[in-house]
Structure formats: structure tokens, C-alpha cells
Design a protein around this ligand. Structure first.
Ligand code: SF4
Ligand code: SF4
Length: 362
């Protein structure tokens, strides 16, 4: 691992943006969000968490899996330009790491993922709803989740850690100054201090234990389910949620707001690429984000629905986030402690609310 000291981020940003499309979190108006940035037009780094995580960079909200031109099925694998996500928070990096495991064999996800350089940023102050430290996802960026790590030092300088071979390669040609052992030790001091500043979240640990022991009253999930509106806010914003559905669409049914790739597919079908006859049926199989909180998510063709009641669906969601049953597969819980579900749920059954309720359930 190589570690460097930077006086500013500008040269690093400029250097990386010469060979990759550059994305960073922009927070000009109190609404932090991921945005493409032209080289040289970089925004100040922010620790403010974007409401939408980076998951859609890899797991597209909607994309075609293949098209049928009346004669042949044609592959629609994305071919993105190399890109850099500059300043990904530790919890969101852990979520990408989690999704890397889930989508390990998924060529659509991997086609994007393999083009990405991930530059993480350590948190030095707790965020409002976050509890990353409790679920091994922060506040310091974990080495296995990023190519490069940035740490803001209190004197205004930055510590830059090159973790992976891709990260080291990306720095080639950039004049760099080695960090001293003192600089490096400051990082660990800052992170330790940050962890101590989090408020007491012991109710979350207690709630996880009770959930795994199924130690709640018989009507608990049914009572909670009454508050779920099935809006899918939680599953849309949760950076580890990965449920999807597929649907066959006639090409003229593809919505105008479809993804860049599917628009490209539409364009090529409307043109000559597939040499279509005018009357030939043309369709595409589309994958889209689904939600386990939707009433029909688990409904079978026979119309049998193992999760007909909202309470069963809410229980399933939280089981997937905190059950010990998933530890062998993922090596961790399915929650990275970002707190987005708490921020978004109109039914007040985000992570903090549900855990307090589990703990207080007699
Ligand atoms: S749990 Fe909350 S955010 Fe999730 S679907 Fe239900 S109401 Fe919406
Ligand atoms: S369950 Fe909530 S706190 Fe946990 S990762 Fe998902 S959105 Fe974040």
C-alpha cells in the first residue's frame, strides 16, 4: 500500500479526469447528488450523503437485457467509457462491495463495474442517521472496498492511500510526495476519534439479536406492516437492495425516460443495425428495479402469495438486512448503516425506528 500527502485535490482530480469520465457528489444547494463534472470544473469535496447512493452506476434502474428483432435475439451488454467515482463515502463503498458479491456472475453489472475507479473518502464526523461503525462499514474506508482512499487532515492537507493495482496505476505520471509515518498515524487517530463521537446505538445491536432470535410478540410484524405504504422508498434508496424484475416490452412501449443504453438500443433498432422489416415484431427484455415491499413482489403465477400481508413483507425486508443466515454468503449484514431508510420512510419504520420498536416490544 502506498500513501502520499497532497496539499490540494485539484491536480489529482485533473489527472484522473484526463483518462476517465469524472463523477463526484455535488452539494451546491443543500441537495447532494452524484453528477458528471467536466475536467477542471470540480466542486468542493463534501461528506454530505447523497440521498441516492452510487448503486445505479452499476445496477441500472432500467436496462435492456436483450432485444428480439423478429429473427434473432441480440445482446445488449453496456460498453461504458472508463469512469471515476470521486469521493464515495465508506458506507456506500461497502454497499458496492456487497453488490459485487450479489452480482458476481451478472455481465451487465460487471461490464460497468470493471470500468470504474472508486475513490473513497474517510468520514471524520458522524452523520445524522449513520451507524456505519456498528456494522463494519465505516467511518474509515475499508481497504477491500476502494481503489484509492482520501483522508482529510486537520491542517487542510489530504492523505492519499493507493490500495489496489488499478488505484496505483491510475496515479502514474502524477508527481506525488510520500506521506510520513506521522501523517499516516493521524488518519487512525481521526477515525478513532470519529467513532467515539457517534451517539449510543446499542439498541440496534439489541434489536438485531432479538430479530435473529425471533423474540417478538406474535402480532409485531402485522402491527408494523400497517404503517408500510408500499412506496418502495426504502428499497430504492437502500444501497444494498438489489431486487429486480424483468418484462418483455414492444420497442414502441419503451418509455422516453429509459436509460442511456436502452435509448441507444431503441435508436439502433429504429435504424438499420438490426435490418428490420417494417412489420416485424420487435421487443426487448427489460430489467428494472423491483421492491420486496410491493404487494405483488412474491405473487406466483397461481396467484398464491407467500407475503400477501404488508407485515410479512416488512419482516422479510428486515430479515434480509440483519439475519445471521446471510453471513456465510456475504460475510456481513446486508445493512451498511447509512440511515437512508430512516430519512425516507413516510411510515416511520426505517432502521432506527424499527430497532427501537423491536427492543421495546414485550
Ligand atoms: S417501509 Fe417505508 S419506505 Fe419502505 S415501502 Fe414501506 S412505507 Fe415505503
Ligand atoms: S437498511 Fe437502511 S440503514 Fe441499512 S443500508 Fe439500507 S438504507 Fe442504509
Amino acid at each position: 500500500m502506498q500513501q502520499y500527502l497532497l496539499e490540494s485535490l485539484h491536480e489529482l482530480q485533473l489527472h484522473l479526469s484526463r483518462s476517465r469520465q469524472f463523477f463526484q457528489v455535488v452539494d451546491d444547494d443543500g441537495d447532494p447528488h452524484w453528477q458528471y463534472v467536466e475536467p477542471g470544473e470540480f466542486h468542493p469535496m463534501t461528506h454530505n450523503m447523497p440521498l441516492s447512493s452510487a448503486k445505479s452506476f452499476f445496477f441500472a434502474e432500467q436496462e435492456p437485457l436483450y432485444v428480439f428483432d423478429g429473427q434473432f435475439f441480440r445482446e445488449t451488454l453496456p460498453e461504458p467509457e472508463p469512469f471515476v467515482l470521486f469521493g464515495v463515502l465508506s458506507c456506500d463503498l461497502m454497499a458496492i462491495h456487497y453488490q459485487d458479491i450479489f452480482f458476481e456472475q451478472d455481465p451487465y453489472y460487471q461490464a460497468r463495474r470493471q470500468r470504474a475507479l472508486l475513490v473513497g473518502i474517510d468520514c471524520v464526523h458522524p452523520c445524522q442517521e449513520g451507524f456505519c461503525y456498528l456494522v463494519n462499514a465505516g467511518p474509515g474506508v475499508r481497504d477491500e472496498t476502494a481503489d484509492l482512499i482520501l483522508h482529510p487532515l486537520s491542517d487542510g492537507n489530504w492523505l492519499l492511500v493507493a490500495v489496489t493495482a488499478m488505484g496505483k496505476e491510475s496515479l502514474k505520471g502524477l508527481p506525488l510526495v510520500q506521506a510520513t509515518p506521522h501523517d499516516i498515524s493521524l488518519r487512525w487517530d481521526d477515525l478513532s476519534h470519529c467513532e467515539q463521537q457517534f451517539e449510543d446505538h446499542s439498541y440496534i445491536s439489541t434489536g438485531i439479536n432479538k430479530l435473529n432470535a425471533d423474540d417478538m410478540s406474535a402480532s409485531f410484524w402485522q402491527d408494523v406492516g400497517v404503517q408500510c405504504l408500499g412506496c418502495s422508498g426504502c428499497t430504492t434508496l437502500c444501497p444494498t437492495c438489489s431486487c429486480y424484475g424483468t418484462q418483455s416490452l414492444q420497442i414502441d412501449q419503451v418509455p422516453n425516460n429509459s436509460t442511456q443504453e436502452s435509448s441507444a438500443i431503441q435508436g439502433s433498432l429504429a435504424g438499420q443495425d438490426c435490418q428490420l422489416g417494417q412489420d416485424q415484431p420487435v421487443s426487448q427484455q427489460v430489467r428494472f428495479w423491483d421492491s420486496c415491499l410491493y404487494e405483488g413482489f412474491q405473487r406466483e403465477a397461481s396467484f398464491h402469495n407467500p407475503a400477501e400481508q404488508a407485515g410479512e413483507r416488512v419482516k422479510r425486508f428486515w430479515y434480509h438486512k440483519f439475519s445471521d443466515d446471510f453471513l456465510p454468503e456475504f460475510g456481513r449484514y446486508g445493512c451498511v448503516g447509512c440511515g437512508r431508510c430512516e430519512r425516507t420512510c413516510p411510515g416511520v419504520i426505517g432502521v432506527h425506528s424499527i430497532m427501537k420498536r423491536i427492543v421495546n416490544d414485550a
